[in-house]
Write a protein that binds this ligand. Structure first.
Ligand code: ADP
Ligand code: MG
Length: 239
């Protein structure tokens, strides 16, 4: 529980991640303290190389910190081994990536089913596609879908197991302006209507205006955080 009584989705305490490249040590993330409340819609902004992906990967249990402590949805994952991390990711986290990462040889429905292990649960697959407005496209292959539709399939895949926390790494990076806003609007709707916590990483500063809070990363450190008292609708973001 946070000090104000709200449930915490994410808690980082003095988290650092260093990479060793031969003789060179790269400090990707340094001494990051962060709390994200359940139900928050957070945008993480920073230039390329500032540590955004590193931070998201740590929160999602794709990577482990060099030092520091991480508690995600009540689980202290800092010392988890590979098997427990995999189980943690499966039940707690939905990932959305810049390049959609759909399997080209599987249909939209099969992509959702495969990731969600819902092969036996056709209703669950249909429902996930319906939540992103693609109920009628389940039989289409990724190549038959636009970029925006592919990202919606990726979002359906992330939602299929109903994780409380959605981690989105440059989700509009490959989309045109209007399509990007549509995806962001869909994410905000899932946040407001289903209470999902969102962390959206981007280098596009304009997107910050729709967030509850903007976290600015610079050179692997949190530079500042800004709370938006009245975030604008995704449709009104302009860049
Ligand atoms: P961003 O997502 O903000 O562009 P990253 O988190 O990907 O930044 O990277 C932060 C820094 O860490 C960069 O200097 C990057 O080169 C370095 N880095 C990230 N991942 C690795 C890795 N696996 N091995 C070595 N260096 C890495
Ligand atoms: Mg990145």
């Amino acid at each position: 529980m946070a000090k104000n009584g709200a449930t915490l989705a994410v808690e980082l305490e003095a988290v650092s991640r260093r990479f060793q490249l031969g003789d060179l040590e790269v400090a990707a993330l340094t001494d990051v303290d962060l709390q994200v409340a359940a139900g928050e819609f957070v945008v993480v902004l920073g230039p390329s190389g500032s540590g955004k992906t590193t931070m998201l990967n740590l929160i999602g249990g794709l990577d482990l910190p060099t030092t520091g402590r991480l508690v995600v949805d009540g689980d202290e994952i800092t010392d988890y081994g590979a098997r427990r991390l995999t189980e943690f990711r499966r039940t707690h986290i939905g990932f959305v990536f810049q390049f959609f990462n759909l399997i080209p040889s599987l249909t939209a429905a099969e992509n959702v089913a495969f990731a969600a292990e819902l092969v036996e649960n056709e209703a669950g697959i249909a429902q996930a596609l319906e939540r992103v407005g693609l109920a009628d496209r389940g039989d289409h292959f990724p190549a038959q879908l636009s970029g925006g539709e592919q990202q919606r399939v990726a979002l359906a895949r992330a939602l299929a197991k109903d994780p409380p926390l959605l981690l989105c790494d440059e989700p509009t990076g490959e989309l045109d302006f209007e399509t990007g806003k549509m995806i962001l609007g869909l994410m905000r709707k899932l946040n407001q209507e289903e209470g999902k916590t969102f962390m959206v990483v981007t280098h596009n500063a304009a997107i910050g205006a729709m967030a509850d809070r903007v976290i600015y990363l610079r050179s692997g450190r949190i530079d500042r955080m800004v709370i938006n008292d009245s975030p604008i609708a995704a449709e009104e973001v302009s860049w």
